[in-house]
Design a protein around this ligand. Structure first.
Ligand SMILES: Cc1cc2nc3c(=O)[nH]c(=O)nc-3n(C[C@H](O)[C@H](O)[C@H](O)COP(=O)(O)O)c2cc1C
Length: 191
């Protein structure tokens, strides 16, 4: 599958088959992530791959975190739904920015600029992994609902740096239609 085909056929997948994914296949997906461009080639990404019983535990931790979040802020959006999807996926990659600070910490302007650059780089790595997975016949879901259990998950994963997202992986058990996109004319100026 060439890159344009992978871009075209990729969808967010929210229903996965039970089948596990070979560790070598996950390694190939991670490898694609590391080939992304990054500001000053800092490669500001770290991954934690969670599978099997450990994934069930992580989802439990996430659910506890969502409860705390709900008690503090009321609305947890789609977090519980995303936790359910993570639970039925065979593997989840948690993605961190090792130089990034937690969202509630104060930042200097310099730190904010660095963070903007580094988070773009991590986004490029995530998209590389998604397209690599697509070309290998594996569906993905990019998940930021992990933020509703940010502190709990970082603690459980033993990561004291910025969590950027989670990526659920699995063999697809659905074939959703393409979601609508804004037209080029709506979002582009030519000058
Ligand atoms: C940064 C980011 C965060 C996302 N977080 C979630 C999430 O937490 N839960 C979820 O179900 N989908 C999440 N998505 C998937 C989007 O809902 C999806 O990409 C969008 O609706 C377009 O659909 P498509 O990916 O099938 O083209 C996220 C996507 C991105 C890029």
């Amino acid at each position: 599958m060439d890159v344009m085909q992978a871009i075209d056929s990729r969808r967010s997948i929210r229903r996965f088959k039970n089948d596990p994914i070979d560790r070598e296949v996950i390694r190939a997906i991670l490898e694609a992530g590391t080939k992304a461009p990054s500001g000053k080639n800092r490669q500001p990404w770290e991954f934690v791959v969670v599978t099997g019983d450990k994934l069930k535990e992580a989802v439990q931790v996430m659910r506890e975190g969502i409860k705390v979040f709900k008690a503090r802020f009321g609305n947890t959006g789609s977090a519980e739904y995303s936790a359910n999807i993570m639970e039925q996926s065979p593997a989840v990659i948690f993605i961190f920015n090792p130089g990034g600070v937690h969202p509630w910490k104060r930042k200097t302007v310099g730190q904010q600029f660095t963070e903007i650059v580094d988070v773009q780089s991590v986004g490029a790595a995530i998209q590389n992994m998604i397209l690599a997975a697509e070309s290998l016949g594996i569906g993905t879901l990019w998940i930021c609902d992990v933020f509703q259990a940010y502190e709990e998950l970082c603690k459980w994963l033993k990561k004291d740096c910025q969590m950027v997202a989670a990526l659920a992986l699995g063999y697809k058990d659905e074939n959703p239609p393409a979601r609508p996109r804004k037209s080029i004319d709506e979002i582009t100026e030519w000058i």
